[in-house]
Write a protein that binds this ligand. Sequence first.
Ligand code: NI
Length: 199
Amino acid sequence: MRLAKELASQDTSPRIMILKVARLGFPSLRTVAQPVAVDRIKSPEFQRLIDDMVETMYEYHGVGLAAPQVHLPIQLAVLEVRNHPRYPDMPPVPLTVLINPEVSILDRTTVDEFEGCLSIPELRGLVPRFKELRVKAVGRNGEPLDFTAHDFHARVIQHETDHLKGEVYLDRMPNLRQLGFLDEWQRFLLPKKTGDETN
Ligand code: NI
């Protein structure tokens, strides 16, 4: 009886869902996101939204996903870099939930790398990003976060926090000639790394 009851309660518990990703042109991607009320964070609905966003990021092989990309103009983003096929050389970043993030730039040196975005499918563009940041935010349990991020980690945070300002990576590109479709980017735009063949 007890087992049946437990199973029944599991059956009625909400399942994680893959969310539909908004594409460029959808208004939430061009809206300044609103801060999240901190007393809302621990609610089951908000916790479920976080789980759904993480699952959606995994499903589409993103390294980050911001709430405006799932049609919600609120200041919430998730990110994780781990064994990513597109960024195999990048150091891992643990799963991070950023709520109401505030970013200050510690090193204004810019680094150029190609980026993509789940809301702008099939394209890659060369984007300069600041090298090092300090990030203050609220975590998924309402705890304060305060950390520094550099290089690729800093890039992902700049990309995701741009989404919270209604901006996308295309807005950051100084030269739109460095934009291409994935196949053509791999063939013609992606710089060939020297020494790859021998290592
Ligand atoms: Ni994006």
